[in-house]
Design a protein around this ligand. Structure first.
Ligand code: ADP
Ligand code: MG
Ligand code: ZN
Length: 481
């Protein structure tokens, strides 16, 4: 009997911390890493009688995020109390938006090697974060840190438009790219500034109705998102194949055990008893404000990628890599301009520059060679003053030292050898020392010419002009034994 194939259906709820200096309803600092409970006041501790006052900057960043996701910002949105009890929620309710969110109905589109993708956004709303429970003493007591309490978040809810764990992970990286590019979020998932809840169900291939979904809470890395979804899809598929039904529930990703575990089932689902927050007026956003925020939006990653591909003649994959962040785009474009050779500049940025950054565990913000300096090195190569392989040595010497390419070439004798007489000497020696390769070449094996070129390059420390070496070798070898 053939088993029916199942199709996964995935929708994400993403929480992103808005980059304000102060919390959403009080003046406490949002800075990460302070001593526990260093940034608290009666408002964010939820003391009776303390009144929230909305942070205008949080609304502005929320509008910016919403516009970057193609959402429609609502002229009027309303804060509500979402009531539940939890130790890290001292008020007994979270202030969030429910019936009337800040923004609705957007879409994120992006191109991939496997085709074009579009993920629709249902809504984006503002809310406050809760505090943090720190379990200690092997689980026998818990500490509470309220520094996070009242930090502004935007929650972004997608339609269930994603169809595989890897697609979900890629979408999440795209979303992160958008939010960081427009400067509303720092993208720091380790510190919890960006996290996501993944909703997933399966259905028989070809079915259009949605299956029963499971929500996996609080995934704070692309990898965990993907692995939790893979695990959950397998678990649901096995459940259905065993003739049982998937239960609607909320689960957690257990990193150590690499599996999802049940947190609560539908039976104990919360009734949050939402009602409008009486201490805050509705949020009014004028068209003029929306227009002002829109006009200040920077180029978004997907548009930037397409522009790089078009303007510099790069492949889709290359453009995507260079458009990965603001900083890498800026670096590449500056190097392309300084070198007058975008093609080669792209190779350097994706090659040596990326390799060095990787090796050092650095990112392009702290790169050790300025794009202008790299541009001048590329010009030396293009002018024939340095060979491509010697240029890599020059680059290493430049890195982090502030030294100039031209100066290094001169001081370290790295100039390209384009002197025919000098090279001919080396070529003659290499031919004499490599009988085997020489006879193979004469026997018609073109590949052994590459070997001989390599020997000449090696003998000159990579400084020989490869074109000239090629020509000299061919000439010498065709001259008979
Ligand atoms: P809830 O009321 O349980 O919060 P929502 O309808 O608000 O559910 O949807 C929450 C998230 O779950 C959204 O991202 C949505 O796309 C996703 N979702 C809803 N139904 C399904 C389903 N059957 N399978 C997968 N994801 C779903
Ligand atoms: Mg929901
Ligand atoms: Zn406070």
């Amino acid at each position: 009997m053939t088993e029916p194939a199942f199709e996964p259906v995935i929708g994400l709820e993403i929480h992103a911390q808005l980059l304000t200096d102060t919390k959403i309803f009080c003046g406490c600092s949002t800075r990460f890493g302070a001593a526990p409970n260093a940034h608290v006041c009666p408002v964010c501790l939820g003391l009776p009688g303390a009144l929230p006052v909305l942070n205008r900057r949080a609304v502005e960043l929320g509008i910016r995020a919403a516009l970057a996701l193609g959402c429609t910002v609502q002229a009027r949105s309303v804060f509500a109390r979402k009531n539940y009890f939890y130790p890290d929620l001292p008020k007994g309710y979270q202030i969030s938006q429910y019936e009337h969110p800040l923004a609705t109905g957007g879409e994120v589109r992006y191109a991939q090697d496997d085709g074009d993708h579009a993920v629709r956004i249902i809504r984006a709303h503002l809310e406050e974060d809760a505090g943090k429970s720190l379990h200690a003493g092997g689980g026998d007591h818990t500490h509470l840190d309220f520094n996070r309490s009242g930090v502004p978040l935007i929650e972004i809810v997608t339609h269930p438009d994603l169809r595989s764990p890897s697609e979900a992970a890629v979408f999440f990286t795209r979303l992160r790219g958008i939010l960081t590019t427009v400067g509303v979020n720092d993208g720091n998932m380790e510190e919890g500034s960006l996290r996501c809840d993944a909703n997933v169900s399966i259905r028989p291939a070809g079915e259009t109705a949605l299956g029963v979904k499971v929500e996996v809470k609080n995934l704070n890395s692309f990898r965990y998102l993907q692995r939790a979804l893979e695990y959950e899809i397998d678990r649901q598929t096995e459940t259905v194949r065993a003739g049982r039904q998937v239960e609607q529930e909320t689960r957690l990703w257990d990193t150590a055990a690499s599996r999802t575990v049940s947190m609560r089932s539908k039976e104990d689902a919360h009734d949050y008893r939402y009602f409008p927050e009486p201490d805050l007026p509705p949020v009014e956003v004028s068209e003029a404000w929306v227009a002002e925020v829109r006009s200040a939006l920077p180029e978004l990653p997907e548009a930037r990628k397409q522009r790089l591909a078009r303007e510099y003649g790069l492949s889709d994959g290359e453009a995507a890599q260079l458009a990965d962040s603001d900083a890498s785009t800026r670096y590449f474009e500056a190097a392309a301009a300084a070198s007058g050779n975008a093609r080669v500049a792209a190779n350097w940025v994706m090659g040596e520059v990326a390799r060095r950054l990787n090796a050092d565990g650095d990112d392009i913000d702290s790169v050790g060679v300025s794009p202008d300096a790299l541009g001048r090195l590329i010009r030396l190569v293009d002018a024939g003053a340095v060979s491509g392989s010697a240029a890599k040595t020059v680059f290493e010497r430049m890195y982090g030292t502030g030294r100039e390419a031209g100066e290094i070439v001169e001081a370290e004798g790295l100039a390209q050898i384009g002197d025919e007489e000098r090279l001919l000497e080396v070529v003659t020696r290499v031919i004499a020392d490599n009988d085997d390769a020489v006879s193979r070449f004469r026997g018609g094996n073109q590949g052994s010419l590459g070997f001989l070129v390599g020997q000449v390059m090696r003998a000159t420390g990579g400084r020989a002009n490869p074109k000239l070496v090629n020509a000299l070798l061919r000439r010498s070898l065709s001259g008979g034994p």
